[in-house]
Structures are given as structure tokens and as C-alpha cells.
Write a protein that binds this ligand. Structure first.
Ligand SMILES: *Cc1c(COP(=O)(O)O)cnc(C)c1O
Length: 379
């Protein structure tokens, strides 16, 4: 049934071997910088590559400050702490996301509240968010309080799914109106823009991931983005064991985290970031090729939403129904072309099954139909 699709993807990647969903490419200065890093002996949590990676990332995204972390989950954990999220506070996010979004807020003892996504952006819906805030919350002394649980809603965490920017301007406006911190999970959207502004820079804080399957990789790594210099200082402090700077004394002023990105990983990141513009162009070409092919197959290819520029991290299709999706997954994977369904909705996992949910019609509908197809940079 999907023979043509499998042949088409094989032809795109020019191989009869297994085709993964997304594999990293090392076509630039990676080996050179790793060697330089080893030669310097600064392979661990301080070093010139960390500083450079942070500066380069701030420059690329347009964020005033960028603070590197060991991974994207750690970045999100610290960003939520800095946004003032505390135990038994609530954080609004989308049910259609990778588990890391919900893990990070759970580390603090906060609880997720799930609000639906838009079908067009596959990310948190501003319209649904407005509906929830209007009907399910009240303002008490300037704080947004959940009418049902009486807990404070401290943060909204939209996630730019597969690199497609969510309706972030609409979401940011609501966060302002209801005095809720906006923390963007931009783990998947490095190189994605909403009206020319980089994702992850619209709220109080944003976070990126450089895991091995992301657009660029540091092996493992993440980044906190912010335009607020006090938050940037606090982020650096909290991710480096809250050590008070001193030439020799061990003085720590709170319980901090060892979340600093090692210099070795940052060296890889500096080289990867140099290749990013080329990767983005390459991925956009691939998306355009897929788009015209799937049009001819009468299959919906998810394209970038209006007013946005996507990084096309993972290309995604919308199949007609669950049974067609399952047939697609089976036939492609059986033939060595890796495809994956979208994540199981967070509210269906045992840890979050009692979480409060708004109407999730769009997420439910998308969950049954979306598949990701091979999206690695073609070299
Ligand atoms: C990859 C990812 C993260 C962070 O993952 P790490 O592996 O910890 O770097 C967070 N949220 C989303 C949505 C992701 O896809």
C-alpha cells in the first residue's frame, strides 16, 4: 500500500540500508574542536568552548543571554524554578509533547494542567488557553488561581512541536493578561521563527535541547534563553552548584544543581552551530520535496503555520485515521524505513492520569493520525 512512499524515501537517502528518523551529521569542525578541547585539558565544566557556545547561541537566537546545561530537561527544570514555580503550583502545558516537559515541572512538585493544541500548529492553542483561563481561573491578589483546585497557576509552557512554531504571540499576550510566566519549551525548534523572531525568546525564559536526535547535537546538552540579566545570572548560579565566586573558598548560598554543560560537549556544539544554517536549508529543501510528493499521494504533509518559519526538525504526515496510520507504521518499519507515531498524550500516562484537563479534542484527533518520517540532513 505504501510501496511508492518507501521507494521514494530510499531514493532520497540513496541507500538500501536502514533509514533512521533523525541522525546527527558531523561535516564541519567537530573533530578539530574536540581535539583542541582535549589538548587544552579543560574538558569538564569550565572552559572556553562553553563561553563561546553560549555567546554564539545568544547571537543566533537573538536572546540577550544563553546559559548552557547538561541537557534540555535540566534547562527546563531550572527555567521553571526561576519562573517562580513551587511545590503544588500548577503549570499549563499541552498534552501532545515529549515526556521531558512534564518531568521537569514534576521535579519541583508542581502539577500539569493540560490544555489542547491547535490542529494547524500542533502546539498549544491560544484560543483554548484563553477559554480555560477565562472560565476556570480567578485572579486573587494579582495571582491566577485555579477555581477547582485553588492552586496558583504559575507558568504556561507551550512546546513548539517538531519545530513548528506555536501561536506564541497569542499565548504571550494571555500570559501577560493573567500574570503567568511564559516558559517556552523550544527543545525541538532551534532555527524556527514566529514573524522573524526566534522561538524560545518570547517569554520570561525559553529552553533548547541538543540531544543526539535534535537539529544540532552536543551529545547531550541544553540551553536556557532569557532577555533578563538577573534571571541569566541566577540561571548560571543555580546550574553551577550555587557557588559564590571566590578564588579558593567553597561557599554555596543555596541548594544548587550540577547542571553545567561540559566543555567537551560545548566544543561539539560550537562546530554544530557553524553548520546549522546549512542544515536548515537542507531540511527545508527536503520538506519541499516531501510536500510535493505527498500531495501526489493524497496524504497530508504538515507544513509550517502562517507567519512562521519552521526548522523542519521532524517531518510529519497526517494519515486518514488510526488504522491507516498503523498500516503505514508497520509497512515502513518492516521495510527498514523508520517512522514513528506521535507521543501518547501525557494525560494518558499513569503519572498524569489524574491531572486536570481541558477539552482535548484536537490532541486526541492528532494523536491517532500523525507519523514522523525520516528527516536527517541529506549529505
Ligand atoms: C528533546 C526534548 C526535551 C529535552 O530533552 P533532553 O534529552 O533532556 O535534552 C524537552 N522537551 C521536548 C519537547 C523535547 O523534544
Amino acid at each position: 500500500m505504501f510501496k511508492d512512499t518507501i521507494a521514494f524515501i530510499r531514493d532520497l537517502y540513496q541507500t538500501e540500508d536502514f533509514i533512521p528518523l533523525h541522525e546527527p551529521r558531523f561535516i564541519g569542525n567537530e573533530k578539530q574542536y574536540l581535539e583542541d578541547c582535549i589538548d587544552s585539558t579543560f574538558v569538564s565544566s569550565v572552559g572556553a568552548f562553553v563561553d563561546r557556545f553560549e555567546a554564539d547561541m545568544a547571537q543566533f537566537t537573538g536572546a540577550k543571554h544563553a546559559i548552557a546545561t547538561v541537557n534540555g530537561t535540566a534547562a527546563l527544570h531550572v527555567a521553571l524554578l526561576l519562573a517562580g514555580v513551587e511545590r503544588d503550583d500548577e503549570v499549563i502545558t499541552q498534552p501532545l509533547t515529549f515526556i521531558a516537559t512534564c518531568n521537569a515541572l514534576s521535579y519541583i512538585g508542581a502539577h500539569p494542567v493540560f490544555v489542547d493544541v491547535d490542529k494547524t500548529t500542533v502546539g498549544l492553542s491560544a484560543e483554548k488557553l484563553e477559554h480555560f483561563l477565562k472560565h476556570e481561573t480567578i485572579m486573587v491578589n494579582g495571582a491566577c488561581v485555579n477555581k477547582t483546585t485553588k492552586n496558583k497557576i504559575k507558568a504556561v509552557v507551550p512546546m513548539h512541536t517538531f519545530g513548528f512554531p506555536a501561536d506564541i504571540a497569542g499565548i504571550a499576550q494571555l500570559c501577560e493578561r493573567y500574570n503567568i510566566a511564559l516558559v517556552e519549551d523550544a527543545a525541538e525548534s532551534l532555527g524556527s521563527y514566529y514573524k522573524g523572531q526566534h522561538t524560545g525568546t518570547f517569554g520570561l525564559l525559553g529552553t533548547l535541547s541538543f540531544n543526539g536526535n535534535k537539529t544540532i547535537t552536543t551529545g547531550g546538552g541544553g540551553m536556557i534563553l532569557t532577555n533578563d540579566s538577573n534571571l541569566a545570572k541566577a540561571a548560571k548560579h543555580l546550574t553551577t552548584t550555587a557557588k559564590v565566586p571566590h578564588p579558593w573558598n567553597y561557599e554555596h548560598d543555596r541548594i544548587g544543581f550540577n547542571y553545567r554543560l561540559p566543555n567537551l560537549n560545548a566544543a561539539l556544539g560550537c562546530a554544530q552551530l557553524e553548520s546549522l544554517p546549512q542544515y536548515l536549508e537542507n531540511k527545508r529543501d527536503l520538506a519541499n520535496i516531501y510536500k510535493s510528493f505527498f500531495e501526489s499521494q493524497d496524504v497530508i504533509f504538515i507544513d509550517e503555520p502562517k507567519d512562521t518559519r519552521a526548522n523542519f526538525w521532524l517531518n510529519a504526515l497526517l494519515l486518514k485515521n488510526k488504522s491507516e496510520r498503523d498500516a503505514f507504521l508497520k509497512e515502513t518499519n518492516d521495510n527498514g524505513v523508520m517512522t514513528r507515531p506521535i507521543w501518547k498524550l501525557m494525560n494518558k500516562l499513569p503519572m498524569f492520569q489524574h491531572a486536570q484537563t481541558a477539552n482535548l479534542d484536537n490532541a486526541e484527533w492528532l494523536e491517532e493520525r500523525i507519523v514522523n518520517i525520516p528527516s536527517s540532513v541529506r549529505i
